[in-house]
Design a protein around this ligand. Structure first.
Ligand SMILES: [Zn+2]
Length: 370
């Protein structure tokens, strides 16, 4: 199958993200004169208020931190459109009453048990399953793996930060699958032959997020819901639609609309001052998540885990987008079980059910023939 290779991350990319989502938003015409009104220039360096909603947050000092709850979670933001019903206030209310020592102990226990479960699946220390420190930070309205640290919340390099869910006031430490997801980000970074991009304009982020959810589902096996302990779950892998997330490629055109709640502001165009938006990749991950959940439901999580671990170790490459993840997983299922196997058929059917197989067929048809 032909894989469409993405453009370099900073130029945005084609593929699963439709063209109308790429590039800056159009300038709004002035209602009285009809003249285009140029927007006020925006600061080029993200401030605390503008860096909240990103999946991978570039800080002013060049650090990147991967955050996991979208939109409007920091106070004083210019684009506070929380996916929550309660907004940021819950953190303010909860952090005074939280027992930091108890939460830290809970996180340490969770990290130890999840790392042991990853070890049981054959994930080695060299693959990013070596001892790692996770810190409870009551003023951090998120959970994150911070490969380069996150000084705002006193998180050292290569650590995990666990804070309070701003939607509910619950500690993210209550959700072992959220902790498993953050540990998985670290593993994926070590396990892929070369690292996926975490640029907020790269669809690689959707691949990273979906794989982190899928890895968490290998060790937290009670359901396909991430963060079911929180008032509102973070993601529902088998039914992303229940949270308004896409479960099929066709859903993207209604879910990812410019200025909509699932778009995040990732910066400003240097020439025009226009705000540049990108999809919230956690949301786009609903599509590959559903494929993984179908595979895991049909074949069991052990086989799903074997297929995905082999795919990440051997076949997942940067710049190949969600379609590339599908190709990697299909290749892995074929290598493990054979082209005529039930397992390979289930894997194909799963990616077909979410519309990605059709994208691959279209790309193969469009490829130049010799
Ligand atoms: Zn994540």
């Amino acid at each position: 199958m032909t894989i469409a290779i993405a453009q370099p991350a900073r130029t945005g990319n084609p593929g699963i993200v439709p063209p109308w989502l790429q590039g800056p938003r159009p300038i709004t015409p002035n209602p009285t004169t009809g003249e285009p009104t140029p927007p006020a220039p925006q600061p080029e360096v993200p401030t605390a208020a503008t860096r909240d909603a990103l999946v991978a947050v570039p800080l002013s000092n060049g650090q990147i931190v991967i955050v996991d709850v979208p939109a409007g979670m920091f106070p004083g933001g210019t684009h506070e459109a929380p996916t929550s019903r309660r907004g940021f206030g819950a953190v303010e209310g909860a952090r005074g009453g939280v027992n930091v020592q108890r939460e830290q102990q809970r996180i340490d226990d969770t990290v130890a048990s999840i790392q042991a479960a990853y070890t049981k699946l054959g994930i080695t220390q060299r693959e990013g399953n070596d001892p790692v420190k996770a810190y409870f930070r009551p003023d951090f309205p998120n959970a994150a793996y911070a490969p380069e640290g996150f000084s705002d919340y006193d998180l050292p390099a290569d650590s995990i930060g666990v804070g309070i869910d701003p939607r509910s006031g619950h500690s993210f430490a209550e959700a072992p699958d959220v902790v498993a997801h953050e540990l998985a980000h670290r593993i994926i970074d070590h396990m892929t032959p070369s690292k996926l991009s975490m640029s907020p304009l790269s669809e690689d982020v959707a691949v990273h997020e979906s794989l982190a959810d899928t890895f968490a589902a290998m060790v937290d096996t009670d359901d396909w819901t991430m963060g079911e302990q929180l008032v509102e779950p973070v993601r529902i892998m088998d039914h992303p639609e229940r949270l308004g997330h896409p479960g099929h490629v066709n859903d993207l055109k209604t879910i990812l609309v410019p200025g909509g709640e699932h778009m995040v502001q990732v910066g400003t165009d240097r020439r025009t001052g226009e705000i540049v938006e990108a999809p919230d990749w956690h949301i786009v991950a609903g599509i590959p998540n559903k494929a993984a959940a179908i595979i895991g439901t049909e074949l069991g999580r052990a086989k799903m885990g074997e297929i995905y671990l082999k795919a990440v170790r051997e076949n997942v490459r940067p710049g190949q987008e969600v379609e590339g993840l599908a190709v990697a997983v299909l290749q892995s299922a074929k290598d493990l079980y054979g082209a005529g196997s039930h397992e390979f058929q289930v894997t194909k059917d799963a990616w077909d059910a979410v519309g990605v197989l059709d994208l691959l067929k279209d790309q193969a048809a469009a490829a130049p023939r010799r």
